[in-house]
Design a protein around this ligand. Sequence first.
Ligand SMILES: *[C@@H]1O[C@H](CO)[C@@H](O)[C@H](O)[C@H]1NC(C)=O
Ligand SMILES: *[C@@H]1O[C@H](CO)[C@@H](O)[C@H](O)[C@H]1NC(C)=O
Ligand SMILES: *[C@@H]1O[C@H](CO)[C@@H](O)[C@H](O)[C@H]1NC(C)=O
Ligand SMILES: *[C@@H]1O[C@H](CO)[C@@H](O)[C@H](O)[C@H]1NC(C)=O
Ligand SMILES: *[C@@H]1O[C@H](CO)[C@@H](O)[C@H](O)[C@H]1NC(C)=O
Ligand SMILES: *[C@@H]1O[C@H](CO)[C@@H](O)[C@H](O)[C@H]1NC(C)=O
Ligand SMILES: *[C@@H]1O[C@H](CO)[C@@H](O)[C@H](O)[C@H]1NC(C)=O
Length: 574
Amino acid sequence: MVEKQTLTYSLFLSLLLVLRTWANTEDQVYLQVYPPVNDTDDLTDIYFALMLSFGGDYVSIGALPGVQIALDYINSEPSILPGYSLHYTLTDSQCNRSMALESLFKQLSSEHVKLGLVGSGCSVATEPTAEISQFFNIPQVSCVSSSSELKNRNRFRYYFQLLAAESQIAQGFFKIITHYGWKRISLIIQNENLFTVTMDVLKEQLAESGVDFTEKLFNTEDGIDGLSGGIFEPDTRIYVVAMYASHARDFLCKAYYEGIGYPKYLLITYGWYGSEWWTGKASSKNFNCTPEQRSQALAYSLAPRVQEAFTNLTAPDVSGTTAAMYIEHYREAVLMEVNEEINLRSYIPDRSDPFYYAQHCHEATLTLAFALNKTINDLKNNEEQNTTVVVSKNLVENTVFVEKMVKYLQNTSFDGLSGKTVRFDEDGIRQINVLDVYQYQWNNTKIFRANVAVVHVDESLVIHYHQPFSRDSPGMWPDGVPNDGVPIEDVVTVSVGLTVVYVVFAAAGLAFAVVCIFFTLIFRNRKLIRLSSPNLNYLIGLGAIVLYLNIITLVIPTTNTHFAAVLCNVIQFI
Ligand SMILES: *[C@@H]1O[C@H](CO)[C@@H](O)[C@H](O)[C@H]1NC(C)=O
Ligand SMILES: *[C@@H]1O[C@H](CO)[C@@H](O)[C@H](O)[C@H]1NC(C)=O
Ligand SMILES: *[C@@H]1O[C@H](CO)[C@@H](O)[C@H](O)[C@H]1NC(C)=O
Ligand SMILES: *[C@@H]1O[C@H](CO)[C@@H](O)[C@H](O)[C@H]1NC(C)=O
Ligand SMILES: *[C@@H]1O[C@H](CO)[C@@H](O)[C@H](O)[C@H]1NC(C)=O
Ligand SMILES: *[C@@H]1O[C@H](CO)[C@@H](O)[C@H](O)[C@H]1NC(C)=O
Ligand SMILES: *[C@@H]1O[C@H](CO)[C@@H](O)[C@H](O)[C@H]1NC(C)=O
């Protein structure tokens, strides 16, 4: 194990050298400092790296205002990092593995020492950076990643995450499917850990509860074009769509042209896509659809996601900010020009609806600042180390710093937005355990997302649906609950008590008939019996036996189809 670590370490170091040379020869990717450095004050400027995606499969730059709001608070609050001014430098990860690594090395090779990394903008970009940041003694706090793959303390030693692990969403899918009793499902999966690991959890649960499923996997590079033999199965009506929004848009387009949609078909997809995500650009040229056409396919579908922070607009967080105030700040921050290269408004079309992850990035920035505050205090009080060391020395050698940081990060506990506690499990992952379920409903000519249910992960599979989300009042399904395409098997059963009564009487009758037959057989030579024509008696006795047997076979309860089939045939003869 130790050998393996060393090997990986030296591999990463050589990779760094290669990438560093390469990075330095190219134009610098955008590297923005916020808040602007103030040369006239006597505060020490310290920096953390921020990585979000400006493009690619998942665009998370909308989280930026959340970070800025947190920084404005941290720098104006004298009790946090006294004597310091905290800044970020921002780079783009493009939600792409190689771009994220390049971006990280740009951060590391830029002039300021980075005391932490917030990012990297989506799970695909976070996985490689979390694997590498530890070798540079950089603690990482992510706020836009939730892949279950990241829940692994051995692989990601200095990694913390403000979102619950994605495998919780599997619970959302599972509970929707079982709530409606759907027995046949098709899973369409993008081949990235973010989706495959979650779907593995779901598949296990489906198999355990006897739900049939088929799955189709496509590679990110190929898109859903890469699915040979068509996407839709002839006899499947319920589709779980596990992919990034750009591919989901292509999927909707394909579904539209093949007539897949409510009421005959139903899609279940991820709830964390951006607002009005179906209006965005297609991923492949082959899927040319208008937003209206995609809406047709999307209408009435369901989407679970981990519950967002805004559950109580008036409860304050650790900084005294309520969710309502935060939303207000967010709208102002979006209007702010960071610089002319990046116009946030072009990335955040609907600024009245704060970007889902911005709240978590807000909390991530606070998490990092609190741990930094404690670490710097600690180092100040320690005679061998001092804060000048922290900010000036290369962190690769500074294991004291990172060990303290990780200890304090692990021990994080403060009130986040809506008063929800920010705390991590032993793998550094935040526990949320509550999911919201959304439905895309029609509002005249437009679809909109309505919150229709809450799923509590730990509460023994109970679903607390808001009205009218139930089979009895299917208000959310104008044409009824979609059918899974499995032929309906009607099982009519007689109550146990009645079955017992029938069987007891029939058995008594049966016994009496048998006794009568034997009686006739034994005393057949008696005159009286001969007078009553014994042959006819046998026939009557036999008829009675058949009738009583018929009663028994009819009332025997069974759910075993083979046995039922045998019984069915036997009954024909009796
Ligand atoms: C810079 O620092 C000085 C002195 O602390 C202060 O008066 C001034 O307002 C600061 N400027 C900005 C833009 O924060
Ligand atoms: C930050 O550190 C200072 C001491 O430098 C301490 O007084 C303060 O309580 C700390 N703040 C937080 C939020 O931990
Ligand atoms: C990721 O970025 C690299 C380099 O820019 C590019 O070659 C590759 O196609 C990108 N991958 C995806 C999935 O977009
Ligand atoms: C919201 O938070 C406030 C302040 O903490 C509290 O008084 C109120 O009961 C909370 N509301 C709900 C619905 O939990
Ligand atoms: C802080 O560190 C610097 C350089 O490492 C050293 O010169 C200085 O004496 C240290 N200060 C204290 C108070 O330990
Ligand atoms: C962790 O936090 C608790 C209170 O939140 C505190 O009592 C405890 O000392 C902390 N542990 C460490 C190692 O900082
Ligand atoms: C739906 O449309 C009505 C008017 O047609 C509007 O008042 C309402 O706010 C809309 N609801 C949503 C969630 O968009």
